[in-house]
Design a protein. Structure first.
Length: 228
């Protein structure tokens, strides 16, 4: 949900103020409207015309721990797409559900910095990991706006089978306890629609639906649906 809104003064003619200044003013008004302070902000999506960078917001707002920044060069659709991207980032980065036995390792910030100092190769590994996560997120975001639910669901099942699949003869059992509600949340759809699509996949012989489990019967048929 949008919790804060800010805008600048509307006036006729050419403004003598910079685009950066207008963005900062509107952003500050939105932050205040949300009851926050600039130092509470950990992600920004500046305008994509090159007039503002994430570093400008870091400097002017005193942001000490920026966790996400991006631009959305999509012309007049940029504001709407930026909102969708922000929602996707929040959903992907702040909530996590375990669907099996899980070990969670917590490292204090000071210890983590010391570890990076001792092993500089970790910087490259973390950069690659973050780039991969960002690429996956943008791919999902693009699919959400360009592909039907059936194609997105088929693609998601293929990814799950690749990461968590257990081959049993010609079948691949996905080793996660996934309810249809979980799949719906991954795809930004309702459980009812996901259920309908899965029934269609079963009729085509692509998957078999078991309680909290999915079994891939034909990866080729799923690929056809995903690319169709």
């Amino acid at each position: 949900a949008i919790t804060g809104v800010g805008e600048t003064l509307y006036a006729r003619g050419v403004s003598l103020r910079s685009s950066m200044g207008l963005q900062l003013e509107a952003s500050l008004a939105a932050i205040q409207d949300a009851g926050l302070s600039p130092r509470d902000i950990d992600g920004v999506i500046p305008m994509s015309n090159g007039s503002a960078l994430a570093e400008d917001f870091i400097t002017d707002f005193g942001i000490s721990d920026l966790r996400f920044s991006a631009t959305v060069p999509m012309g007049g659709a940029s504001p709407v797409v930026a909102l969708q991207l922000a929602a996707a980032v929040i959903n992907a980065g702040h909530d996590a559900d375990a669907h099996g036995e899980t070990t969670l390792l917590c490292v204090r910030k000071a210890d983590f910095k010391e570890l990076l100092t001792q092993h500089s190769e970790l910087y490259d590994a973390l950069l690659r990991l973050n780039c991969r996560r960002l690429r996956l997120m943008f791919n999902q975001f693009e699919d959400l706006n360009t592909k039907p639910l059936s194609a997105r669901l088929a693609k998601q099942i293929i990814l799950l089978a690749k990461s968590y699949g257990i081959e049993q003869g010609e079948e691949i059992r996905i080793g996660l306890q996934l309810a249809q509600e979980d799949l719906a949340q991954l795809l930004g759809a309702s459980r009812q629609r996901v259920n309908q699509e899965l029934k269609g996949f079963e009729r085509e012989g692509a998957v078999r639906v078991e309680p909290t489990r999915l079994v891939v019967l034909s990866r080729e048929k799923l690929l056809e649906i995903a690319e169709g």
